[in-house]
Design a protein around this ligand. Structure first.
Ligand SMILES: [Cu+2]
Length: 594
């Protein structure tokens, strides 16, 4: 499918709404009519803790592996308050769930080896809701109970309560955190997590996080109610870059202000800019381009890779790419930055997100006249495994200790509800009894709860999942607690061939392409990981509407060692607070609650 979004180029640069109206206060960036240098997105100017702290070959770092991560002893503390608040990111008013009143939420930063300490206060009212935060991509080694997944690692943080997450910044690069309660993050509970680490790649400016997210004018709870138990997913209403976009107000009956304002970025001629792209959406696969510019990819998720050049970056929900962009020799020019929700793979009523790139002497009152990069949509995959080669060579065990087939399908259950299934079982959370906390007490058998979808891999030291998708819809599959090797992908029966066995692609989230519904012709993705992180780790689709309909399983890893964990008392206290609030009222969930 050939596609160009040049029809949007005529958009003016009027900014009719204040930053407070669109994004709360002090969001990822500010942007006003009278722009000054400091109002652009420039992470390097806002850093409170300095730049990268060494090179790959520095004595500070003994190697790349997280087990080689330093322990600096430095604590990075943040205080989050989550509340309901009305903002209008694209001009359309939405009752949102915000952290410290900001959309997207505050960026948290650390150096590699530091410790994050983040206190979350749940002040959600009207109505009240439980909540939690998940630190996407980090391994939470030695503290799996701080992974932030209700029903798996903790009870939800009850309304009116606080909870402090303490965890090691054991990897470095770009990621994000988000609520793991139902599809709550689609209403605003997410932010960037930047961990500064060694690099031998030169760049001049770190422009910080660039969030690409589909946007829904209707709140998540209403969408879940409408769409749970059916094959359909809601179409998103708009597409945002760093929480901003304009909207055609004639399309809605909700309070709407045209020309809400776009995100703006400053490039300098001849200089190299680092952009940290994050797909923080609920469903849409993003295709990111900058008119007239090529990008050099230097990391996917938390994994530095051998740099390669591309015109378009594909990101499924949850995925990140760090890219370097060399500024053209064009000090007076402006260009459009674009992200398109894939028309081939995803569902949206307005696919195109725009932001503005001004060079240093550009007239900032005039809209760019640049032409969109034309690209071909031939699949719903990430870039080929042969292209994405990790910088630090690491081979998986030649023969996995245990192999599990994971069949993704869609089935109608006894009550007529349509659910995603893994090996014929749909996941359903039970907020009252987190699986990890039970396993810590030696309870690893749940005969009454097949819907918890626990795969107990016992003492296996390395595990292979052969994931097969039998329904023609793409899924960004994410494993908690690990960086996974993606050793193969394709259609039909896997022939056993591993792509670059000495150093296969690694990341924490990977798209599995459309399957083919004819028997024997699924699409497949084969992932390997080493079972060196005792805990219970969800393996789930990151499309909020799919996991809501049960597309999740739990990897029980080294239960013999889970019992050794000294789990802090705050975990049981959080459950008691939750029980007191909810009265053990385990609702017959409309969705999976995850
Ligand atoms: Cu999915």
């Amino acid at each position: 499918m050939k596609f160009s979004s040049s029809m949007l180029s005529a958009t003016s640069l009027i900014t009719a709404l204040s930053q407070i109206a669109t994004n709360g206060t002090d969001g990822v960036q500010t942007s006003t009519n009278e722009m000054t240098e400091t109002e652009y997105t420039v992470l390097s100017r806002r850093l409170s803790i300095g730049h990268a702290v060494g090179s790959f070959h520095s004595q500070i770092y003994r190697g790349w592996h997280p087990h080689d991560a330093p322990n600096t002893g430095k604590i990075r503390t943040y205080a989050f308050v989550i509340e309901r608040r009305t903002i209008a990111p694209d001009g359309v008013e939405k009752n949102s769930l915000l952290i410290n009143g900001q959309f997207p939420g505050p960026t948290i930063e650390a150096n590699w080896g530091d410790t994050f300490q983040i206190t979350v206060t749940n002040n959600i009212t009207g109505p009240e809701e439980g909540t939690s935060l998940h630190w996407h991509g980090l391994h939470l080694e030695k503290t799996p109970w701080f992974d932030g997944v209700p029903s798996v690692s903790q009870c939800p943080i009850a309304p009116g309560s606080s909870f402090t997450y303490t965890f090691h910044a054991g990897l470095y690069g770009t990621s994000w955190y988000h609520s793991h309660v139902s599809a709550q993050y689609a209403d605003g509970i997410f932010g960037a997590m930047i961990i500064h680490g060694p690099t031998d790649t030169h760049y001049d400016y770190d422009l910080g996080p660039v969030f690409l997210s589909d946007h829904y004018h209707t709140g998540y709870a209403e969408l879940v109610k409408r769409f749970a138990g059916s094959r359909a997913v809601p179409n998103s209403d708009n597409n945002l870059i760093n929480g901003k976009m304009n909207y055609n107000c004639s399309l809605t009956n909700t309070v709407c202000k045209p020309h809400a304002g776009l995100s703006k970025f400053r490039f300098k001629s001849g200089k190299v800019h680092r952009l940290r792209l994050i797909n923080s959406g609920a469903e849409g696969i993003q295709r990111f381009t900058i008119d007239g510019h090529k990008m050099k990819v230097i990391a996917n998720d938390f994994v530095p890779i051998e740099p390669y050049e591309t015109d378009v970056i594909t990101l499924g929900v949850g995925q990140r790419s760090d890219v370097l962009v060399r500024g053209a020799d064009s000090p007076t020019k402006s260009f459009w930055m674009r992200s398109d929700i894939s028309k081939r793979c995803s569902f949206s009523n307005q696919h195109h997100a725009l932001a503005v790139v001004h060079y240093e002497k550009a007239d900032t009152s005039i809209a760019p006249k640049s032409q969109a990069t034309v690209y071909n949509e031939t699949n719903c995959s990430n870039d080929p495994l042969s292209v994405t080669k990790p910088k630090f060579v690491k081979a998986p065990p030649p023969k996995p200790d245990f192999t599990q087939v994971v069949d993704i399908d869609f089935q109608t259950n006894a009550t007529g509800s349509e659910r995603w299934t893994i090996n014929n079982q749909s996941f359903q959370a039970n907020y009252d009894y987190p699986i990890l906390l039970l396993a810590n007490q030696g309870n690893t058998s749940y005969p009454d709860d097949p819907q918890w979808n626990v795969y107990n891999f016992g003492n296996s030291t390395s595990i292979r999942l052969i994931v097969r998708s039998h329904i023609p819809i793409a899924h960004p599959m994410h494993l908690h607690g690990h960086t996974i090797w993606i050793v193969a992908e394709g259609v039909g029966e896997w022939d056993g061939v591993v792509t670059r066995p000495e150093n296969p692609q690694r990341r924490d989230t990977q798209l599995i392409d459309w399957g083919y519904p004819s028997p024997g012709k699924p699409s497949y993705m084969v992932i390997d990981f080493v079972a060196n992180n005792p805990g219970v780790w969800p393996f789930h689709c990151h499309v909020a509407w799919h996991v809501s309909d049960g597309l999740s399983m739990n990897v029980m890893e080294r239960p013999d060692l889970i019992t050794d964990h000294q789990i802090p008392l705050i975990m049981s206290q959080t459950c008691r607070d939750w029980w007191k609030y909810s009265g053990h009222d385990v609702k017959d969930g409309i969705d999976s609650w995850m």
